[in-house]
Design a protein around this ligand. Structure first.
Ligand SMILES: *[C@@H]1O[C@H](CO)[C@@H](O)[C@H](O)[C@H]1NC(C)=O
Ligand SMILES: *[C@@H]1O[C@H](CO)[C@@H](O)[C@H](O)[C@H]1NC(C)=O
Ligand SMILES: *[C@@H]1O[C@H](CO)[C@@H](O)[C@H](O)[C@H]1NC(C)=O
Ligand SMILES: *[C@@H]1O[C@H](CO)[C@@H](O)[C@H](O)[C@H]1NC(C)=O
Ligand SMILES: *[C@@H]1O[C@H](CO)[C@@H](O)[C@H](O)[C@H]1NC(C)=O
Length: 295
């Protein structure tokens, strides 16, 4: 080894040697360090689907291997173990009947449920009786049902009531989106989303708020959209009631005005008949017209 003679070469020489050493190390990495890994396929599983826990880099021709629930090779948590020489599978205490072992070390779990979420450990016994251990993780998500929008007030009154709309039942790891009239939510101080966006608050509803509202629930394995939901804000019924009232009022008013007029006309008619016994057809007809107006 040549000792560095100055600052310049101290920088230069060791650097090139370091690069050489690194490149040699890269080429000389012995294949025996191949790391056993466990991969869930698919990594995010939908409830009811089948999942492989694929074992990669399993040592060539192992004596056997075992799959365990949890993060250790704990025999009380054994799912199943496999012996290569006689091709024999032994089932353990946590075997559910849905698991299958493959000779290459891979575990298949069929029809997974959310209870299958968790860690799984593979213990490989090599020919020299040494063991390799690796843990993989499985996450099973529910397939979300169609969400239903519910309101905490089915007959809100305009300018008075604040309405809370809720999208479906509460599920973890679910994100929500809302649309009004098929448009994304407009910027409005009267529209408030909860932190998880599952509830939409419409502050002091107006007649322009009936919607329809649509919400969407989404998790890593499914997307589901609600049917449109319409709010029946009470101004409509109020104004219809007022309308009927107003018409009734007008009719009563007309009757109140017309009835005395008709009576007056009738009395004038009678009076004239008494004054002029010969009669007056014109007056008679005018008197009869009042009841016709009332219709
Ligand atoms: C197998 O091991 C090698 C060396 O550790 C590594 O580079 C490779 O990514 C591993 N393969 C898998 C599928 O994990
Ligand atoms: C092991 O076998 C199973 C079933 O044939 C297969 O799906 C899986 O990909 C295999 N694993 C590896 C690492 O090749
Ligand atoms: C999957 O499991 C559920 C219960 O978790 C069961 O009702 C269903 O019948 C199973 N499906 C199959 C195809 O085994
Ligand atoms: C609905 O929720 C809002 C906000 O919490 C509240 O102000 C309102 O009184 C509730 N309406 C009913 C009918 O409970
Ligand atoms: C929700 O996600 C977190 C983080 O990924 C996870 O720890 C938790 O178990 C998940 N919950 C459910 C019910 O899947």
């Amino acid at each position: 080894m040549e000792p560095p003679s100055g600052p310049a070469s101290r920088r230069h020489v060791p650097w090139s040697r370091l690069l050489l050493a690194v490149s040699l190390l890269t080429f000389w990495t012995p294949p025996t360090t191949a790391q056993l890994t466990v991969e869930a396929v698919p990594p995010l599983a939908a409830e009811g689907s089948d999942v492989f826990l694929v074992a990669h880099n399993v040592t060539k021709i192992p004596l056997g291997y075992g799959w365990y629930r949890g993060e250790r090779g704990d025999n009380t948590q054994l799912i199943a173990s496999y012996r290569v020489d006689n091709d024999a599978t032994v089932y353990g205490p946590v075997y559910s009947g849905r698991e299958a072992l493959y000779p290459n070390g891979t575990l298949l779990i069929q029809n997974v449920t959310q209870k299958d979420t968790g860690s799984y450990t593979l213990l490989v016994t090599k020919k020299d009786l040494q063991t390799e251990i690796q843990t993989g993780h499985l996450h099973v998500y529910p397939v979300l049902p169609t969400p239903v929008i519910t309101s905490n007030n089915s007959n809100p009154r305009e300018h008075e009531d604040t309405v809370v709309l809720t999208c479906g039942s509460e599920t973890q790891n679910t994100s929500y989106m809302w649309w009004i009239n098929s448009q994304s939510l407009p910027k409005s101080t009267r529209l408030e989303l909860s932190e998880d966006k599952r509830t939409l608050t419409v502050v002091t509803v107006t007649r322009n708020d009936p919607g329809p509202y649509v919400c969407e629930a989404r998790n890593p394995v499914s997307v589901s959209r609600s049917d449109p939901f319409t709010l029946d804000v009470l101004w409509q019924e109020n104004s219809r009631a007022l309308g009927v009232g107003a018409i009734t009022g007008i009719v009563i008013g007309l009757l109140l005005v017309l009835t005395p007029l008709a009576l007056l006309g009738y009395f004038i008619f009678l009076h004239r008949q008494m004054e002029e016994p010969s009669g007056d057809r014109f007056t008679l007809e005018a008197g009869l017209q009042a009841p016709l107006v009332l219709q």
